[in-house]
Design a protein around this ligand. Structure first.
Ligand code: TXA
Ligand code: MG
Length: 321
């Protein structure tokens, strides 16, 4: 498949985004930037188009997709029921890096919800993403635009590397995103539960809206996971990843590598002082380490800040593989 690459600075950029929007409406696949990570989008009302997402990513078909909308009317057009929590939360955090899980109606195609009776919806805080949705005129289902299991893409070169020739359009962007996928918040039952931690924390939700939030323990084995995506191999570079604590020193790399039977020349130490910097760079640093041929990655994470939980969630999953 020929992939049209669209770059932010090019003269006919907006015309190309309009073309890509038209393509989405007609069942094609478009990679686009958001404020969190890049998304791999298709028309959320078109079952065949959404199947194409799973094929392009090599994604397990029981892992549902987040649907991206450009306004509240579009969000309402997808859901069967909601209560005050949704209105309050959308007012407080949209456009932004949080997805709300609500009871879906029949317009949302089967493939998007992977057999669940709910749909995750998000209004991204990114001009290009919003322009694309508006041009397409339909809600856009989009997982992170990586080959399944690999680190989420946070730079244009990552999506070109993973997906060119597998999708119809790739829209590049020069701005660096937050680097963490959205918080996934379940509003489909009485309890308000964080299914995946992200930039928006339980504390922020409670402070801004007064709604108290529970955190779903994604480390616990459950027979039917509430958020199917949390059970899969995720965020992994080719190199093995290990997490160490704040007492680890650069001078410990040699003995650590030896204990894992790896040459210390082939070990990369990633050390983050700050939670925001870690979120922004972790996935990109994983990909760079693979490119540079490292076999072992040791990560010394930032140890505080609002993004601590979300960062550790991604890092622990990368360590499991
Ligand atoms: O920031 C983001 O959320 C990015 C950008 C592109 O918007 N998207 C993203 O999508 O991270 P993905 O597919 O990589 O992760 C979606 C997560 C998965 O853990 C999935 O299981 C969960 O959201 N999810 C989607 N629909 C759900 C539903 N109806 N109920 C529960 N969890 C759902
Ligand atoms: Mg993903």
């Amino acid at each position: 498949m020929d992939t049209v690459i669209v770059r932010e600075g090019q003269q006919d950029f907006h015309q190309k985004v309009a073309e890509a929007g038209e393509a989405i409406k007609n069942g094609k696949l478009v990679v686009f930037p958001t404020e969190t990570v890049f998304g791999l989008g298709a028309n959320a009302l078109d079952d065949e188009a959404c199947k194409g997402i799973y094929r392009a990513k090599g994604r397990p078909s029981d892992n549902p997709l987040i649907v991206h909308v450009s306004d509240m009317e579009m969000a309402f057009s997808l859901i069967k029921e909601y209560d005050d929590r949704f209105i309050k939360l959308a007012e407080a955090f949209w456009q932004g890096p949080i997805s709300f899980v609500l009871k879906k109606n029949d317009r949302v195609c089967e493939t998007v919800s992977a057999g669940l009776d709910t749909v995750a919806i998000r209004m991204p805080n990114h001009d290009i993403a919003l322009e694309l949705i508006r041009c397409s005129g339909v809600p856009i289902a989009a997982p992170s635009a990586n080959i399944s299991g690999r680190p989420s893409p946070t730079r244009s070169e990552h999506v070109i590397f993973d997906l060119s020739s597998r999708v119809d359009y790739i829209i590049c962007s020069d701005t660096f995103p937050i680097g963490l996928e959205s918080t996934v918040l379940d509003l489909s039952s009485e309890e308000t539960v964080i299914l995946r931690p992200g930039w928006v924390t339980a504390k922020m939700i409670e402070e801004k809206t007064g709604i108290s939030v529970k955190s779903h323990d994604t480390n616990k084995e459950v027979s039917v996971p509430k958020s199917p995506g949390t059970k899969y191999k995720h965020y992994s570079p080719k190199a093995k990843v290990f997490m160490v604590d704040e007492n680890f020193l650069a001078s410990d790399v040699e003995s650590f590598s030896k204990s894992k039977a790896v040459d210390s020349e082939k070990t990369k130490l990633l050390s983050y002082e700050n939670d925001v910097e870690m979120a922004k760079n972790l996935f990109a640093d994983f990909r760079q380490a693979d490119k540079d041929g490292y076999e072992l990655i040791i990560v010394k994470p930032a140890t505080d800040g609002d993004l601590l939980e979300a960062n550790l969630n991604r890092l622990k999953k990368a360590c499991e593989n």
